[in-house]
Write a protein that binds this ligand. Structure first.
Ligand SMILES: Nc1nc(=O)c2c([nH]1)NC[C@@H]1CN(c3ccc(C(=O)N[C@@H](CCC(=O)O)C(=O)O)cc3)C=[N+]21
Length: 290
């Protein structure tokens, strides 16, 4: 038996077209949601994401503002830009691309963003809202993970969910969302005793560790839903010439033979992250402007 492949690209395209419709319907009221993306430095992969975000933002009818700062930008300059974006009425969402250069305190920058414009959902106020069940902005990748899981099985209630990874960006918030979906949630990590055995308990397994192909086929419960958050660039000797390929945190071919449904990399969680960012921008625009 081979797992159903959960098509993140298609689910994301679906969400974007729904968002485009909503953006169009509120355009009549004179409101154009706006997303500001700030990139510090020249990291090649980051540039690609920023370009994709800007393109997709415009495609669904929202305004996109890009701010590219050099890698040696002082922290005070970045904080000043955030303050300007906080005060700018055309800006509904602010995303400061992570990671930031070492001389900048990322927590300080995140804390400086107006929580109601924090479309990444990384501000402590939004983390607190999520943990206590208050309405707020929810991190994009976790939101995408839950949507993809629900595209495989609409009702997650009562499921045994195991999240591997405890980051503030993915592991912790995805666990909160799954708890809100009435899953029984375990957060495991690199120090967990007998990680394979913990994973084998999962009806729903979310892998967000950032280690290429760490989760093996025999870690997976037959029929489980597997959501692979990892995006790891690894050497691809087959292609020769120093080429690379993308792999997830799950050994896909092995896992596919055991799971009931699985997200691929690329084409799984990644595209959903961007679509959810656009959704958050629309949410922020609605909430902020009534
Ligand atoms: N403040 C902040 N928020 C972020 O959400 C954020 C960030 N910083 N820093 C960088 C990471 C990375 N990230 C990705 C989004 C989409 C894909 C994506 O769509 N990936 C494609 C493949 C793209 C490729 O070929 O490289 C896919 O998985 O199919 C990947 C990575 C958002 N991030």
């Amino acid at each position: 038996m081979s797992a159903t492949i959960i098509d993140g690209k298609a689910v994301a395209a679906d969400l974007r077209s729904r968002l485009a419709g909503e953006v169009e319907s509120i355009a009549g009221t004179g409101l154009t949601p706006g997303l500001a993306v700030v990139l510090v430095g020249e990291d090649a992969a980051s540039q690609v994401y920023v370009r994709n975000k800007a393109k997709q933002t415009r495609e669904i009818g929202m305004a996109s503002f890009e701010h590219r700062l050099s890698a040696d930008t002082p922290e005070t300059d970045l904080l000043a830009l955030v303050a300007r974006l906080n005060a700018d009425d055309a800006v509904d969402g602010i995303l400061v691309q992570l990671p930031l250069p070492d001389h900048i305190d990322a927590q300080k920058v995140i804390a400086a963003i107006d929580p109601d414009k924090d479309v990444d959902g990384f501000h402590p106020v939004n983390a607190g809202r999520l943990a206590t069940g208050l309405p707020g902005l929810v991190p994009c990748t976790p939101l995408g993970c839950v949507m993809l899981a629900k595209s495989a099985q609409a009702d997650l209630s009562g499921m045994e969910a195991v999240v591997v990874g405890r980051s503030n960006i993915v592991g912790k918030p995805v666990a909160q969302l799954l708890l809100a979906e009435n899953c029984t949630v375990t957060i495991a990590h690199s120090r967990s005793r007998d990680l394979p055995a913990i994973c084998r308990r999962a009806d729903l397994l979310v892998a967000a560790v950032g280690r290429p192909e760490m989760v093996r086929g025999d870690w997976i419960r037959p029929g489980a839903i597997v959501i692979d958050v990892g995006i790891n660039r690894v050497p691809n000797p087959d292609a020769g010439g120093g080429k690379t390929r993308l792999v997830g945190d799950v050994a896909f071919a092995e896992a596919r033979a055991v799971a009931g449904a699985i997200t691929p990399v690329p084409g799984g969680v990644g595209p959903m992250t961007i679509a959810c960012l656009l959704q958050n921008t629309l949410t922020a625009a609605r909430q902020r402007r009534g």
